[in-house]
Design a protein around this ligand. Structure first.
Ligand code: SF4
Length: 432
């Protein structure tokens, strides 16, 4: 089982971002913001402690029996986790490091933004077992960074990256974003080459999506030309250039938008794409667990009372109301030891958003798995669902092998390069 921890704070909101995060945090935060982030971290620690206790006390399917080994990987994301100050960070890391088996090969990532990391914080991350950093750089062009509303320059990123290496981090991801306002083929090539020259272990290269509610979206609605976005042809060229330049520099593409040096693929994300269970902790965090584990961990039901067959999977989501979230964990009656707590004595207040029966799980297994270049395993499908993949998707698979979008060998079915380009048309069929 994997663990995701959400920190919904940023120094300032970027112009393209619709993630659940609030601006006004970091070292210049005023008293009100500082106090809110402290209370949030306390609540988060409450949720994490409960998750640890639940996993320790319930031999939930797929979970190890000891809290110390409950999670196989952890990703602290946001928002900007690196805006938390030293005390808040340490409080959080003490608890998480108890839940992770940091001695084994667990992957423990924290997202950082240039301009918010210090040597002190980086050493603290190391002390508590963080072994992977993910930096949001986005571009090496200061003009573009400004247009995106980022808080840092390229030079400030370089300093944060240097500090991270100096502190011993040998597994670092850099996020870059293409198809942004003012992007040209040349400045994208420049970004790719400069980033590759730094030799990070992993590079995520996404293209901009205009999300409703963002400043970019409003600008676009008023005047679509004002953003000066690259046209479709340029976007396609950018997509192919990305693959070529990163390959020339030793990066293997292992998912539509993710590249890594051999052995440095992100295990946590691979868990998402292969249908592993995960628990999301913090404001608005999503979880994906079996119905059986939901009843054990969130509903606090004794094992013998669980009547469901256990084949359904559930997608849960924590509240997005920060007042409610903090209030819940500071309310004593929700404590694990409270006799009246009833249903509330599970991990937290997540609501079920979606229930996936076996058919939906089979579709999802293929849809997410085909995002990865190595595709999906036929034997794994049979093991998980007790069914031959051809009995369920034979027609779609044969159709797309014929159209050149899919290929197969003895055990695996994967998208061809053309199939990865047009991934959506394969996936749409699998949804039916
Ligand atoms: S730093 Fe990241 S999470 Fe925060 S506003 Fe910018 S893109 Fe969004």
């Amino acid at each position: 089982m994997e663990l995701y921890v959400h920190i919904p704070f940023c120094v300032k909101k970027c112009n393209y971002c619709d993630f659940l995060s609030f601006p006004g945090y970091g070292c210049d935060a005023d008293e009100r913001h500082r106090s809110l982030s402290c209370r949030y971290v306390d609540a988060l620690c409450g949720e994490l402690e409960r998750a640890g206790r639940k996993l320790k006390n319930t031999p939930a399917a797929g979970c190890r029996s000891e809290a110390e080994e409950a999670f196989t990987s952890c990703f602290i994301g946001g928002g900007t986790p690196s805006v938390l100050d030293k005390e808040q960070t340490e409080k959080l890391l003490i608890i998480i490091s108890r839940l992770l088996n940091t001695l084994s090969a667990s992957e423990f990532t924290i997202e950082c933004n240039p301009g918010t990391v210090t040597k002190e914080k980086l050493l603290l991350y190391r002390k508590y077992g963080v072994n992977r950093l993910s930096f949001g750089l986005q571009s090496t062009e200061n003009e573009i960074l400004k247009r995106l509303g980022r808080i840092h320059t390229y030079e400030e990123f370089l300093e944060s990256f240097r500090l991270a290496r100096e502190c011993g981090f040998d597994n670092i991801n850099i996020d870059i974003i293409s198809a942004v306002p003012g992007q040209t083929i040349d400045n994208w090539k420049d970004t790719l080459k400069k980033v590759a020259a730094l030799k990070p272990e992993h590079i995520s290269a996404y293209s901009l999506i205009l999300e409703e509610g963002t400043p970019f979206y409003s600008e676009y609605e008023k005047d679509p030309t004002s953003l000066n976005l690259p046209n479709e042809e340029t976007e396609r060229e950018i997509y192919h250039i990305t693959q070529r330049i990163l390959k020339e520099n030793g990066y293997e593409r292992y998912e539509i938008s993710n590249y890594a040096r051999p052995g440095y693929e992100c295990r946590h994300n691979i868990g998402y794409w292969t249908g592993e269970e995960y628990i999301g902790v913090g404001l608005g965090a999503a979880s994906y667990i079996s119905d059986r584990n939901y009843q054990l961990l969130y509903k606090n039901m004794p094992q013998k009372e669980i009547l469901v067959s256990g084949t359904d999977m559930l997608r849960l989501k924590n509240t997005e109301d920060i007042g409610k979230f903090i209030g819940y964990y500071s309310d004593k009656k929700n404590s694990d030891n409270c006799k009246d707590a009833g249903e509330n004595s599970g991990i937290g207040i997540a609501a079920v958003e979606e229930r996936l029966d076996l058919n939906s799980q089979m579709s999802e297994f293929c849809i997410l798995g085909l995002r990865m270049c190595k595709g999906i395993s036929k034997s794994e499908f049979a093991k998980r669902f007790g069914k031959d993949i051809y009995d369920r998707f034979g027609e779609v698979i044969r159709k797309h092998i014929l159209s050149g979008l899919l290929e197969e060998d003895d055990d695996r079915i994967r998208c061809t390069p053309k199939g990865l380009d047009l991934n959506n048309s394969v996936l749409c069929d699998l949804l039916l």
